[in-house]
Write a protein that binds this ligand. Structure first.
Ligand SMILES: Cc1cc2nc3c(=O)[nH]c(=O)nc-3n(C[C@H](O)[C@H](O)[C@H](O)COP(=O)(O)O)c2cc1C
Length: 266
């Protein structure tokens, strides 16, 4: 998630977020922007296209974190669908062949469920892809994602690519979400934390301990490569539990990050 205001202010940390992995092809990358001003989005598209041309640029209209929402960005855009329309249009005006997607929720709260109207504004502005996380902003991450709503979105916009986000924690639930929603694809989020095995279609519970430890070590090595050792020691702590929980403590002697050992063992 990259701030368009940060990009146009030439913020070094924001530019860092655009960095691709050594083996990552730009034409396969999706960059997500957040912001509230259509002209900042169009300027940011121009800035990004000078660096590389991604497969798609996504607009975040689903983030409910207070510091994002209070700037009018993230899910706050759902309270102003005309602005979301203008943002998409401004991006398409820079380059009409650019794939633009938008990710949103059901609405701000249950009294203002507005995703179909919001999607109509997005579609009219030329959005190519729509991703729905079918919870309201006020729900945050509580309750279940309501994929009957994702199905209603796909039925209303059969010509658009619709992606379902929410509660796909492992391969079994990806299949469930696909059949519940009849959508085109499923986006995993929390279920991928400490679980790169999902990309191979495997469930983490079936992966042997030594493979989980090896994946954790690889994650740590990659963090060191891209972020340096000090930052890697800090960042890997967020993932240690997800990779290593339930593994016999004597096997954990094989983990490479001393800094994360305390976390891994707790
Ligand atoms: C730690 C964390 C970071 C997230 N960051 C983003 C983000 O940058 N952009 C975004 O659109 N959604 C973000 N999300 C929301 C997820 O994409 C997803 O919509 C939500 O977690 C529901 O899916 P899940 O039930 O599979 O986790 C984030 C979620 C989590 C838990």
């Amino acid at each position: 998630m990259v701030s368009v205001e940060g990009l146009i202010r030439n913020g070094e940390r924001t530019f860092d977020l655009l960095r691709l992995a050594d083996n990552e092809k730009p034409e396969m990358a999706v960059v997500q922007f957040f912001g509230a001003d259509p002209s900042s989005f169009s300027k940011s598209v121009e800035i990004l296209l000078k660096q590389y041309r991604p497969l798609c640029i996504d607009i975040n209209a689903g983030c409910s974190v207070r510091k994002v929402v209070k700037t009018g960005a993230g899910v706050a855009l759902m309270g102003n669908p005309k602005k979301a329309h203008d943002i998409i249009k401004a991006m398409k005006d820079v380059d009409s062949s650019l794939l633009v997607s938008i990710k949103f929720r059901l609405g701000l709260n249950y009294d203002s469920v507005s995703y179909l109207d919001f999607a109509e504004h997005a579609a009219q502005a030329g959005a190519d892809i729509m991703t729905l996380h079918p919870r309201t902003a006020s729900q945050g991450f509580s309750g279940a994602a309501d994929h009957a709503r994702t199905k209603a979105l796909k039925e209303a916009f059969p010509e658009k690519i619709v992606i379902a986000s929410g509660d796909a924690f492992e391969m079994r639930s990806v299949d469930e979400v696909l059949s519940l929603s009849s959508c085109d694809a499923v986006m995993m989020a929390r279920g991928l934390i400490g679980n790169p095995f999902a990309f191979e279609g495997r469930n983490k519970t079936e992966v042997p301990s030594d493979e989980r430890i090896a994946a954790y070590n690889r994650h740590y090595e990659l963090l060191k490569h891209y972020e340096g050792e000090r930052k890697a020691d800090f960042l890997i702590r967020k993932f240690a539990k997800a990779y290593l929980s339930g593994i016999d403590k004597c096997l954990i002697d094989g983990v490479s990050s001393k800094a994360s050992m305390k976390n891994a063992l707790s």
